[in-house]
Design a protein around this ligand. Structure first.
Ligand code: URA
Length: 187
């Protein structure tokens, strides 16, 4: 199965009740064989309207963060834990995350990145460990199923609290170093 075919299937998904209120499924965007994959939480209003992840204010900041370390959307892949917008941007429920998880699993299998960056606590709790503490454990490397995984503050959290930005810059520098050490064709 190709990523394009997986996307076609995903666009018709009705595995949880988020399908009732969505305008668009937000599958993911970026390079098909990316070595670095970013995983957010779930689509917000703009993402639901446009069908692309991280296109609202938080997405603008994510683009700025990528640019700081010479990355852009064409060099990485960006996806979310849930592919449909939770009403009023509430946290996705466990039942919704469970129903959606097979799409992300397949995306990871097909893209086969070397490095995964979880954006925010919800993504890190799902991907790294249930009791992940974003304030204490952001910027640390974990190995999950042979992948290097790090969590950073979610860009929306950085918009709410700019005092977290210097720490996030340090995390980005660590990411850049890992890309230099372990990736062959990201830059
Ligand atoms: N927040 C997320 O976690 N994902 C998006 O795609 C947009 C905002």
């Amino acid at each position: 199965m190709s990523l394009e075919n997986l996307k076609k299937e995903c666009l018709g998904c009705r595995s949880c009740s988020l399908c009732e209120s969505r305008s668009n499924v937000v599958f993911g965007v970026g390079r098909e064989n990316a070595e670095v994959m970013f995983i957010g939480e779930g689509p917000g209003e703009q993402e639901d309207i446009q069908g692309e992840p991280f296109v609202g204010r938080a997405g603008q900041l994510l683009d700025d963060m990528l640019e700081m370390i010479d990355l852009d959307r064409s060099k990485v892949y960006i996806a979310n834990i849930v592919k449909c917008r939770p009403p009023k941007n509430r946290d996705p429920l466990n039942i919704e995350q469970d129903a959606c998880s097979h799409w992300l699993k397949e995306q990871l299998r097909l893209i086969n990145p070397k490095i995964v960056v979880c954006l925010g606590r919800i993504s890190a709790a799902r991907f790294i460990k249930d009791d992940f503490k974003i304030t204490r454990e952001h910027g640390q490397w974990f190995i999950k199923d042979g992948l290097m995984v790090m969590a950073m503050y979610h860009p929306a959290a950085l918009l709410r609290d700019s005092s977290k930005r210097p720490e996030t810059f340090e995390d980005l520098v660590k990411l850049r170093q890992a890309i230099r050490d372990y990736c062959t064709d990201t830059y």
